[in-house]
Structure formats: structure tokens, C-alpha cells
Design a protein around this ligand. Structure first.
Ligand SMILES: [Zn+2]
Length: 354
């Protein structure tokens, strides 16, 4: 749901990060990664395989961070955690880093089960409500126009129409109200201060949580150790420039969060060397932008640059993500004045370097 295979990374880059924990938790089990900070893993279908979620001791209760996708397997994993390591304390609050279904999917289930509030940022909450409301609707002409312009053929557009509105199936009915978290806000959890660090680009108002006392950063999908988070343009805002927002967010995190934190990411394992990873992610995208600009010596459609940006063959359900990510890179070049776009007579967009 949240990621595509990243552009190639050198062995040198991969070895810059260190992973202090020897094992990862099985579904329903926990590993304490710092005093009062428990790591759980929820199963996710497909190549993503899992999502990490966190239970923070909060007085006599738990504060949970992220929830897993709505599936029977996730419900079973939560039930065994509540019967096991989490037993004896209720959940007092559910925090979600962002609105993707692997993160927020079970928030409604958990908040109802424990009669507790959902805390997240305003744009994550409202965007999620909007996407859930699309479930069961027909694919709108705006979306067809967008993907046609990217170069999709009739068969791909037909597949999109049949799949449209699947988001809500992965998300348990959201609570009808929430508690808003804003950037730099201090949350007191278990007697410790956790500061909100908002990022953009992967999702509209993504929450990270930094605890200076524990030297921990819960990074969500904003900083992942082994995959490059999906940064996409979607048909609802075709002229958006999420890649610039993404790069600016990564640079801001490097200023705001010290390098000595243990990073707790949503996918793969907790790691050290936050700043090296931020540099890798920024450099990787800048290199992609350079290669893309060279490729645009001749006119290209969004569809034509997949081979340059992704290692994996793009087909089926990956098409939306790959198109979104390609348009994100192209819109960034447009914004920088390094490329231009022309629509042909068939309403397909062609990009070339300036
Ligand atoms: Zn995500």
C-alpha cells in the first residue's frame, strides 16, 4: 500500500545503518525496545508483509501508535496481544501516524473496543474520511482523464474502474470525531514528553513522534530503512508537487531530530543513523530527478519513465503507485523550471527537458 521498490542503493549506503535488535516480534507478541515502549507486528497482505505498531505504557493504560490493516489476521493478532503481553491495562488512546490503511485500518475497531479517542493530525483524519466515502462510487472522469494523460491504455483504465473505491474495505469504520495533533505539540505519555514532528509528501500531514528523554523517534512511513516510501500525485490534485514537500520534510527532520535516536519505522527493523538515512533518501530522489531530466531529451509520457524510476516490472495494481510516483518526479521538474509539458491532440501529456 505504501511503498514501491526503491531506486538502486549501493552496498555502502546499506551498511551505513545499524540494527541493534536481534529478533522481531511474531504476530500477537511484543518486544520491549525501550522502557515502556513495546514493539508489535501486524500482518499485511502482499509484498509489504507486515507493519510495526507500538504500545506505550501510559500510567495504568496503553497508548497505541498505529493499528494495522483491517483484516481478520490483524484482529486475531491484537486479540492475542490483549490476552498476552498487553493484558491488565486498557487502551486509553490510539494515535495514528497517517491515514494509509495499514496504519489506520483498525483504529475504529480499537477505539470502539476500548471506548477511547483517536488522535492524529487534521489532514490525515479528513483525507481518510474522504477516501472512505469514495468506496462504492464509480471512478470519476477526473481520474480517468488523469491516467489517460499519463499514457494508460484502455485495458488499464478498465482495470482501474473495476478496482476503484477499494480503500474503505481495508479500513474499519472510523470514529466520527478525533483529537487533533499539530506540529511541535508536546504529548505526555507515561510521564515522558513526546514531540510531534509533521512531515509531508508520502501523506498529507504525517505524524512522527520524538521522545528526547528516551532518544526514540517513531517515524511511521516518513523514514524507512530499506524501502523508499511512495510519493505520489493523485487525480484529486493533479498539479500537486509532493516530492518537493517530501524532500523539504526530510531536510527539516535532520535539523529537528538528533542523529542519536533509535528510529522505530513502520516497516523493517528499528535502526540507528537517522541522518545518514535521511541523506540517502534525499540523494536517491535527486539522482532520480537528474536521470529523469536526461531521459527527457526526447519527449516522454509518465508511463515511459517507469523503467528509469523502478527496478520492478510495473503491472496490475502497481500501476497507480508507479504512475503517481512518476508524475510526482515530473511535476517536481516542472516546478523547478527544468522540464515542460505539452498535451497532444489525444489529451496525453508529453514532457521534455527545457
Ligand atoms: Zn503510508
Amino acid at each position: 500500500m505504501s511503498t514501491l521498490p526503491s531506486p538502486e542503493r549501493s552496498a555502502e549506503e546499506a551498511s551505513a545503518l545499524t540494527y541493534p535488535l536481534q529478533a522481531s516480534p511474531l504476530p500477537g507478541q511484543t518486544i520491549e525496545v525501550a522502557p515502556g515502549v513495546l514493539w508489535l507486528r501486524m500482518p499485511v497482505p502482499g509484498s509489504l508483509n507486515h507493519i510495526n505498531v507500538w504500545a506505550l505504557e501510559d500510567g495504568e493504560s496503553w497508548t497505541l501508535v498505529d493499528t494495522g490493516m483491517q483484516t481478520p489476521d490483524t484482529a486475531a493478532a491484537w486479540q492475542s496481544a490483549f490476552a498476552g503481553s498487553l493484558a491488565g491495562r486498557p487502551v486509553a488512546r490510539v494515535i495514528c501516524t497517517h491515514m494509509h490503511p495499514d496504519h489506520i485500518g483498525m483504529a475504529g475497531w480499537l477505539t470502539r473496543r476500548f471506548d477511547c479517542p483517536l488522535w492524529t493530525t487534521r489532514l490525515e483524519y479528513l483525507t481518510c474520511r474522504t477516501l472512505v466515502a469514495d468506496t462504492g462510487r464509480e471512478a470519476p472522469p477526473d481520474a480517468i482523464r488523469f491516467y489517460h494523460a499519463a499514457g494508460w491504455d484502455a485495458e488499464a483504465l478498465e482495470h482501474y474502474k473495476t478496482r476503484f473505491g477499494g480503500f474503505g474495505k481495508m479500513v474499519y469504520t472510523l470514529p466520527d470525531s478525533y483529537r487533533r495533533i499539530v506540529d511541535d505539540m508536546e504529548l505526555r505519555i507515561g510521564g515522558r514528553v513526546w514531540r510531534a514532528v509533521i512531515g509531508r509528501g508520502h501523506s498529507p500531514e504525517h505524524l512522527c513522534l520524538h521522545c528526547p528523554e528516551l532518544r526514540i523517534l517513531i517515524s511511521g512511513d516518513q523514514v524507512l530503512p530499506k524501502i523508499s516510501s511512495n510519493v505520489s500525485v493523485f487525480p484529486t490534485e493533479p498539479e500537486a508537487d509532493p516530492l518537493t514537500e517530501w524532500l523539504d520534510s526530510l531536510a527539516a527532520i535532520k535539523v529537528r531530530v538528533p542523529n542519536n535516536v533509535l528510529v522505530l519505522p513502520s516497516h523493517n527493523e528499528p535502526f540507528y543513523q537517522l541522518h545518514a538515512r535521511l541523506d540517502q533518501l534525499i540523494d536517491g530522489h535527486e539522482r532520480s530527478l537528474q536521470r529523469l531530466r536526461q531521459e527527457l531529451a526526447a519527449p516522454r509520457r509518465a508511463l515511459d519513465v517507469f523503467g528509469l524510476l523502478f527496478r520492478r516490472r510495473v503491472a496490475g495494481d502497481l500501476l497507480v503507485m508507479a504512475t503517481g510516483e512518476s508524475v510526482a518526479h515530473l511535476n517536481c521538474l516542472l516546478r523547478r523550471g527544468l522540464a515542460m509539458r505539452e498535451m497532444d491532440a489525444a489529451a496525453v501529456a508529453w514532457y521534455r527537458a527545457v
